[in-house]
Each structure stands twice: as structure tokens, then as C-alpha cells.
Design a protein around this ligand. Structure first.
Ligand SMILES: NC(=O)CC[C@H](N)C(=O)O
Length: 312
């Protein structure tokens, strides 16, 4: 049983300020150079209910790129475009226990398909499945789907982050060429990577992420418009991946400590939800050693225990 939004709003500012103190323990990602400009001590959260009302606190105006959070929505679009069977010939359904950008299991385990769609190799394979006659059209279809999911037609790709990643993505490039060699990727590798880098660089605020999360919390039917954007089955698949591998190698710890489906990204964003009730968007750029927002995870642990949010 969670509290109504008005009550949550009362406790949220103090919860954010006490969690913000943990940001000093983390580090802002810098392997994509442009991301290193994010403010280390920022923390913002937005919780949206089914009527669109929001409780929020902290740095809710901060803009950040979705990074790995985008992988949940490209998976959904690939499922819509190609169906379940085609998608799961290209990616598996299991967590890896390795880093999100690891290539280890691609060579070790047969068949050489990525273990799941939320690691980089899996998300690159998913990008290759998005319909469109060229990278521009594919990227536009992804952007349109994200805008619709966020109920915000003005979200867009942040070009400097896109450029920065495209110029420094030696690891992702090697993963993609490996996948090409394994026969997982068909088509031009650089074009597939461009689609992948662009969706990682879509810029949002906490409130956009909360609205995207609310759509998943409501099983694919937007509670504000009544429109079904995604079939329930596909949302179930996405949420299951979020529980088993959405928080990298801390997914088990997060399931025990918070107990909600979630996906995080290297920009410090987290998308999570109280199923059926709230969509939650959060940003805190300082990351812990598992790659998740250190203050953000702490905040969600506090809220989940106080408000009895765990689904388990
Ligand atoms: N964990 C992440 O958020 C990774 C996304 C990032 N764009 C990358 O490919 O490395």
C-alpha cells in the first residue's frame, strides 16, 4: 500500500536532500566525454500518477540523455515492428553477470547472440531490427515513438552527446563488428551504430521519464489519453528484463532493496515504476561502482521501504 501523491510530495524534498549527500561517493561517467559535464551533486525525481499529477523534488529541470534507458523502448519498438519470434532470434533472455559493454560471452557461448536486449551488444542488435529504409528514417521512427511514449513532441536528440559518443565508441564498434561476423547483424554496421548512438542521446527531463514509466506501469495503455500504444505482452517482456538485468550487475541487489522494475543509464537516469500506480523518473549523475546513480538508488531504497513499494 503506497501513500497518495500529496503525502509523497510532503516527504520527498527531505528524502532527496538526504540522498543527495551520497553523490560525493560516486563518479560522473566520462568515457563518453560530453557526459562528464553533468553536475556531480545533482539529484532530481518526479513521480507521476495515473491522472498525470506529479510529486517532484530536487533538480527536476536538469536535462540528461536517456543512454541505456532508451534500450527498453527500442526493444518495444522492435517487438512492434518484427514480433516476438524474430526479435528473439537476435537476442537472448538471460542476464550476463558481465559489464554492459562486455564481449566475453559473444565468443564463449553458442549461439553467438547477445544474452539480452539491455546490454550494449543486445541493444545494437535491436537497433538493426527497427524498420525504416535508412538510418535517418529509423532514427525518426524511434524519436516519434519516444515522443509519443513521453507525451512530449519536443524531446529530441542532443547532438553534442551523439557526436561525442559516435567519436569515442571504440568498444561499441568492436562489439558491432563482432556481431556482424557472427551473422547477428545484417546490413551496414556504421549505419546500425548511428541509429543506436542517436537513441542513446535522446534528451529528457525527469518528468518525461516518469511519463514513459507510467505507460509501462499501465501495461502499454496511456492512462492520460486512453490510447494503447504497446500490447500488454510486450510490456511484460520489457518489465521482466528490467527486473532481471535493468540495473546491470546490481539488478538482484536492486530487486531486494527496492523491488521494482527499473532501467538505469550512464548519464545517471533511472526509469522505474510502481506497477499500476506510479511512473518514476530520476536523475543523479554520480554513479556507483556498478554504474547506477548512487544517490538515486539510495533515494529509491528509502522511498520503497517507507512506502512499501516492493512488488515481491
Ligand atoms: N549503460 C549505458 O547507459 C550505456 C549507453 C551508452 N550509450 C553506451 O553505449 O555505452
Amino acid at each position: 500500500m503506497t501513500l497518495p501523491l500529496e503525502k509523497i510530495q510532503i516527504l520527498l524534498p527531505d528524502a532527496v536532500e538526504s540522498s543527495r549527500k551520497l553523490a560525493v561517493q560516486g563518479e560522473v561517467a566520462s568515457y563518453i566525454p560530453e557526459l562528464s559535464r553533468a553536475p556531480q551533486h545533482a539529484l532530481g525525481v518526479c513521480i507521476m500518477d495515473r491522472t498525470g499529477k506529479q510529486a517532484s523534488a530536487g533538480d527536476t529541470e536538469l536535462k540528461f540523455t536517456l543512454q541505456s534507458i532508451s534500450k527498453v523502448f527500442t526493444l518495444l519498438l522492435a517487438l512492434l515492428d518484427r514480433g516476438e519470434e524474430a526479435v528473439f532470434t537476435k537476442v537472448g533472455k538471460e542476464p550476463t553477470g558481465d559489464d554492459f559493454n562486455s564481449m566475453l560471452k559473444l565468443e564463449l557461448v553458442e549461439p553467438g547472440i547477445p544474452f539480452n536486449p539491455l546490454i550494449n551488444a543486445g541493444a545494437i542488435a535491436i537497433s538493426s531490427l527497427i524498420e525504416g529504409k535508412n538510418p535517418k528514417e529509423k532514427s525518426q521512427r524511434i524519436l516519434d515513438f519516444f515522443r509519443k511514449s513521453a507525451g512530449n513532441s519536443s524531446i529530441d536528440v542532443e547532438e553534442s552527446v551523439f557526436r561525442s559518443e559516435a567519436d569515442s565508441a571504440h568498444r561499441n564498434r568492436s562489439l558491432a563488428y563482432f556481431l556482424k561476423d557472427n551473422g547477428v547483424l545484417t546490413g551496414d554496421v556504421e549505419e546500425i551504430l548511428e541509429v543506436y548512438f542517436r537513441h542513446c542521446s535522446i534528451e529528457v527531463t525527469c518528468s518525461d521519464v516518469a511519463r514513459m514509466a507510467l505507460l509501462l506501469a499501465c501495461n502499454g495503455t496511456d492512462p492520460l489519453t486512453g490510447e494503447t500504444l504497446i500490447p500488454r505482452r510486450y510490456v511484460q517482456i520489457a518489465k521482466t528484463f528490467m527486473v532481471t538485468c535493468g540495473m546491470y550487475n546490481a539488478s538482484g541487489e536492486f530487486a531486494i532493496g527496492v523491488g521494482l522494475p527499473a532501467k538505469s543509464g550512464v548519464s545517471g537516469g533511472i526509469l522505474t515504476m510502481v506497477p499500476g500506480t506510479y511512473g518514476i523518473g530520476l536523475v543523479g549523475p554520480a554513479l556507483n561502482d556498478k554504474g547506477n546513480s548512487v544517490a538515486g538508488v539510495h533515494l529509491l531504497e528509502q522511498l520503497s521501504s517507507k512506502l512499501d513499494w516492493s512488488m515481491f
